[in-house]
Design a protein around this ligand. Structure first.
Ligand SMILES: CC(C)(COP(=O)(O)OP(=O)(O)OC[C@H]1O[C@@H](n2cnc3c(N)ncnc32)[C@H](O)[C@@H]1OP(=O)(O)O)[C@@H](O)C(=O)NCCC(=O)NCCS
Length: 196
């Protein structure tokens, strides 16, 4: 497996992985298959271009895209110290093999390279135990809950807001290190504009 930044030329593969995930795990995402299925590939390509506001990494087995994760930073002058993770997806047949953990590691390392970035935020459906456990092992802590944040197929789902401090605290690409030093750091201003 290798991981690299996705380019506009990866748009079709990226869209396919995302649409599969929206069908396979509808409660895991804020967006829906119905809203994204008709999205023009040119728009998807634009979202992968330099300057789009986020960077998407893809994990590949040779040329097959196995999974993706997006990382970006807030744009406002008062919020530019905050980054976010979104669009975390691994194809069903590739799950449980370390792809998600490897993608998150690359995303966290990339976030650390952004000047002035002090924290990463994400939002995750509370019932998504695999994802929550993965984020916690990497040093994310729960900062709050939005009750009934998502309404999917007649059911309401709570959403957890998680944050990982990049400076003095434990966000780490090494789960063991993160677990050993994790201390809850909760920012009241952390909002969940971004569903991972
Ligand atoms: C959540 C998701 C991205 C995890 O990706 P993955 O490649 O399967 O995860 P990994 O193989 O890297 O496993 C990460 C950890 O979760 C554990 N894990 C993975 N699948 C598991 C399962 N089905 N049950 C229990 N634990 C599991 C692994 O053992 C590993 O633990 P470790 O760090 O102790 O070794 C993937 O399941 C997915 O795409 N789910 C659907 C979409 C989604 O929920 N996205 C997240 C939105 S916030």
């Amino acid at each position: 497996m290798h991981i690299r930044r996705l380019l506009p030329s990866d748009a079709a593969a990226f869209q396919q992985v995302r649409l599969r995930a929206l069908l396979d795990s509808p409660s895991a995402f804020g967006s829906s298959y119905e809203e994204e299925a008709d999205r023009l590939i040119s728009d998807v390509a634009d979202s992968l271009a330099e300057g789009s506001g986020r960077t998407v990494f893809g994990a590949f087995d040779e040329s097959t895209l196995l999974g993706v994760v997006g990382v970006g930073r807030e744009r406002g002058l008062k919020e530019r110290h905050r980054g976010f993770i979104r669009s975390m997806v691994v194809a069903p047949e590739a799950r449980g093999r370390g792809v998600g953990k490897a993608l998150m590691g690359v995303a966290i390392d990339f976030a650390r390279s952004m000047p002035g970035l002090r924290q990463l935020t994400l939002a995750v459906t509370a019932e998504n135990e695999v994802a929550v456990a993965l984020y916690e092992r990497l040093g994310f802590v729960v900062c709050g809950t939005s009750p009934e944040a998502l309404h999917v197929e007649g059911r309401f789902y709570d959403e957890l807001h998680m944050v990982c401090r990049l400076g003095d605290a434990p966000c780490s690409t090494d789960p063991a290190a993160a677990a050993g030093s994790a201390s809850p750091v909760c920012s009241e201003s952390t909002t969940a504009k971004h569903q991972a």
